[in-house]
Each structure stands twice: as C-alpha cells, then as structure tokens.
Design a protein around this ligand. Structure first.
Ligand SMILES: NC(=O)c1ccc[n+]([C@@H]2O[C@H](COP(=O)([O-])OP(=O)(O)OC[C@H]3O[C@@H](n4cnc5c(N)ncnc54)[C@H](O)[C@@H]3O)[C@@H](O)[C@H]2O)c1
Length: 455
C-alpha cells in the first residue's frame, strides 16, 4: 500500500487518508507544547502514540490524565482521545518509531552555556527514530531550530541513521507557532500553520496533514529553511521591537510623554505595531531565538545583539528607577520592604522561564532590601526558587511596605485596592496595568512619574 509520501493524489484526498486512521503517527515529546499537539493529532487522525522519556508523563497520559496545567481544553481532550483509543503513550522510542509512518518531533531545543544552539536532544532522538524509519515515512520537526538545520544537519543525520536516501523518506519543518496558555487554540487555528519541506513530496504531506489540524489553513513555503526562518523571524521581530520601546522608555523622565498614548496613537497606521516597554522579556522563545541566528549563522548581527542587551538590561533599569524614587522620598533600597508582584513571565501563565522577576529579586536581595514575592498563578515552591518571602496575594493588603514592583500584569492584580496601603513607592513595570491613584508615588516604565503621592 502507498504511503502518504508516495501517494499520487490531491491534497484533499491525502487529508482524507490521514483522517481515516490508517496512518499511524508518533509524537515525540509530550511537554507543554507536545502533549497539546499529540492530543489534537489524535482528535484528527485517531491513531497517535505519544512518546516521552519521562515515565511519569507517559503513565499520566496512559491513565487519561493531563500532566500539563494551564492549557484550556487540554485535560478534556487528553481524557477523551485516550478513552476512545486515539491516543496512547510510551517511553519506547524504538517501538513507536517502528510502528509509525509520520514522526513528529517536539522535544526541547536549547542554548548551551555559551548561548550556542544546542540540538543534542533533538539529534539523539532523531538518530533513534531514523534507525527505524522505512521508505515512505515522513518526519516533521516542530521543535524550533536555527535556519538551515533541517537541510544541513537533520537530513544527513536521518539518511545515515535510516540508510535511506533523500527522496525515499520525507522531512518537513512545521514550526510550533503557539504560546503557553493557548496551545489548543493556536494549534487548531488561531493563525495558519507554516510548513516547508525538504522536497516537494514532504511539503505535500505536511500540507495535507495540517489542513486537517488547523482551521486557519496552511502556508506552504518554498523549503524547510524558509519555514525555519519564519519561526525565528517572529521571535526576532518581537525582541527588536520591544528593545526599541524599552530604549525610548528611558526618555520618560525628561519628556512629558506617556507611552500608553504613544502606543495607541502611533499604532493607528496599519503597518505600525508599537510594542510595550517593560521590566524585561521572558519566556521560552523571544530571549532565546536571537542566538539561533547570532550564534549559528555566519555574519555579524549587531542589531540583534543590541536588542538583546537592551532587553536584558531592563531589570537593572527597573531597580535604578526604584532606587531613584525611594531616594526622592529619603529612603534607600537597603532595609526597604519591597514586594515583587508577579513572578511568572507572562500574565495568566504559570511559567517562569527567563522571567525578569529573577534578576529583579536578586538585585533587591543583594542591595539589602527585605523582599516579598506574590503571584496568584504560581505555587509557593516555584515562587520560592527565586528568593524572597512568598506571600499569598490575598495577604498582601495586610503588609506594611515601602515599595511594590509590578512585574506581571496578572488579571488578579487589577482587583487590588491600592488605597488600602499606606503611601509607598510603586514601580509599575507594565503599561497594560493601570494603578490609578494619587496616594502613592507611582513610576510607570515608559510613562515616568505618574503620581508624586503623599509620602
Ligand atoms: N513552550 C512554548 O511556548 C513553545 C512555543 C513554541 C515552540 N516551542 C518549541 O517546542 C519545543 C518543545 O517545547 P516544550 O515547551 O513543549 O518543552 P517541554 O520542556 O515542556 O517538554 C519537552 C518534553 O520532551 C520530553 N523529552 C526530552 N527528551 C526526549 C526524547 N529524547 N524523547 C522523547 N521525549 C523527550 C521531556 O521529557 C518533556 O516532556 C521546543 O523546541 C520549543 O522551542 C515551545
């Protein structure tokens, strides 16, 4: 029987074959993005085996439980697809790879200690998978990789491991364009899927599969390297644009400029999307992807490097603002009781990777402040890792504080009755968070001193 790779058919007919359940799929890596992807695949093709090296993850999925929290709709989808027999899980890479025709890799791709892209996890997985693939199988890479990685590293590795030649099996880069906290929505159609094949037949299979999965459709780009560049460019665009406004934020002390007004007025022209200045850039993607270019491709990338440096300096800038505002009311960082409000890198998401709260807390502790931290979406253990005394958000109102630094614009913080505190200094690190009162001395990054307060 023909495989999807060999099949001489229209995209629509290929999609039908994929949806028939005849094509076994393995999804390698059942993490924050891999499990939602595996569950959505299972919903569409009813024939998925999820593979992870972590037995706890595999046991949970096998029991129909969801080891990932904070992803709306995921628990129900895992429970349903496992119950229906569409999704199962294993730690046995070899067995899953032997049985499957489509292989989807979504394991971590990291930076090493020198900030060079580290593809060792992905490559070691693909060596094992490659050793089991048959002619006609197709490998989809969803993990973010540097531009050129599929052509220059992954294809040769798969050829060697499989002892098959290019053209006998397929390879396509199909980047995960999702954000934590909205994985299912993004995967199933918040915006189109981008796919790029190492050859025409690979791209055709990727298009057919993702047209089933993603209601917003598929953008099939020229080749795998173009698709890699699309994913990286999305991250670079964000990093550079955030750096631009972070740089402009430093003039807020000298000019009567409120960045909220600047953003909303300037962004009324269709090709302008002014970003928000803030305390820093966190998460799994934006702070890392510039290195997938700077430390991978030949050439000099001074703009990317400067943007990264600018964004990395924002926690320090935040502490400088706090120091200045405390000094103006005769206080200093040393001995001040400072609450860091929000530790997660993003509102509503229980994740702390590269959060600017880390360096902010560190610098406060070093300066001799008494530091408290509070975050309604994180458990105490995760918050405690960063130092400072952990407080439930419901308890902060009883605290006697000298200052608050708002790091994350969690929705819960909009409920805070700021007038219940004695006058203090507030450094508002997020333009999207409004702290509207004149009791406190309020400095918003990008808008400068918004209230002198009654201190
Ligand atoms: N998290 C995000 O918001 C996001 C968004 C877009 C793209 N991505 C990309 O997706 C990829 C995966 O990210 P994630 O956030 O899901 O990672 P994660 O750390 O949440 O999960 C990775 C999973 O892979 C498993 N794993 C590790 N080695 C394995 C192996 N050899 N075989 C099978 N499983 C293995 C781990 O046990 C873990 O369960 C990365 O390349 C990342 O850059 C992530």
């Amino acid at each position: 029987m023909s495989t999807l790779y060999d099949l001489d058919a229209t995209t629509k007919d290929r999609t039908k074959v994929f949806e028939s359940g005849e094509i076994p799929v393995a999804v390698y890596g059942l993490g924050k993005m891999g499990l939602p992807l595996a569950a959505v695949y299972a919903e569409n093709c009813s024939n998925v085996i999820g593979v992870d090296i972590d037995p706890e993850v595999v046991n949970a999925v096998e029991a129909g439980d969801c080891p990932i929290s904070g992803e709306p709709g995921l628990s129900a989808l895992v429970e349903e697809t496992v119950r229906e027999g569409s999704l199962s899980a294993t730690t046995n890479i070899k067995a899953a790879a032997t049985e499957s025709e489509i292989h989807v890799a979504i394991v971590p791709t990291l930076l090493d200690d020198d900030q060079n892209p580290d593809l060792s996890i992905l490559k070691s997985l693909l060596k094992k998978v490659g050793a089991q693939i048959d002619a006609g199988d197709v490998v989809f890479i969803e993990s973010t990789v540097p531009p050129g990685a599929c052509r220059d590293e992954i294809l040769p590795l798969l050829e060697e491991a499989s002892r098959l030649n290019r053209g006998e099996f397929g390879l396509a880069f199909c980047p995960e364009r999702t954000s934590s906290g909205r994985a299912i929505k993004d995967i199933t159609g918040a915006y189109p899927k981008v796919v790029g094949g190492i050859d025409e037949a690979s791209a055709r299979v990727a298009q057919a599969v993702y047209e089933s999965i993603n209601d917003a459709g598929v953008i099939r780009v020229e080749n795998a390297t173009t698709a890699e560049m699309v994913k990286i460019t999305e991250g670079l665009y964000r990093d550079v644009n955030i750096a631009l406004v972070n740089e402009l934020a430093s003039v807020a002390d000298d000019l009567p400029v409120n960045f909220r007004e600047v953003t909303s007025a300037a962004s009324t022209i269709p090709f302008i999307n002014v970003h928000e200045p803030g305390v820093g850039v966190g998460g799994h993607c934006i702070p890392y992807y510039p290195y997938f270019v700077m430390n991978w491709l030949e050439g000099d990338f001074p703009l990317l490097r400067l943007a990264r440096e600018r964004n990395d300096r924002m926690p320090e800038f935040t502490i400088d603002c706090l120091q200045d505002q405390l000094a103006s009311v005769g206080e200093s960082l040393e001995g001040s009781r400072v609450l860091v409000l929000g530790v997660a890198y993003k509102p509503g998401v229980a994740e702390t990777r590269a959060t600017p709260a880390g360096p902010i807390i560190n610098q406060l502790v070093k300066a001799g402040s008494e530091v408290f931290v509070s975050d309604p979406v994180l458990d105490d253990e995760k918050m405690g890792d960063f130092g400072g005394e952990v407080l439930p958000t419901s308890d902060i109102l009883r605290m006697d504080l000298d200052a608050v630094v708002i790091v994350t614009a969690h929705e819960e913080f909009t409920e805070i009755d700021w007038t219940a505190f004695d006058p203090m200094v507030i450094i508002n690190g997020r333009q999207s968070m409004s702290v509207d009162n004149d009791k406190h001395r309020i400095y918003t990054i990008g808008s400068g001193l918004e209230s002198e307060g009654n201190l």
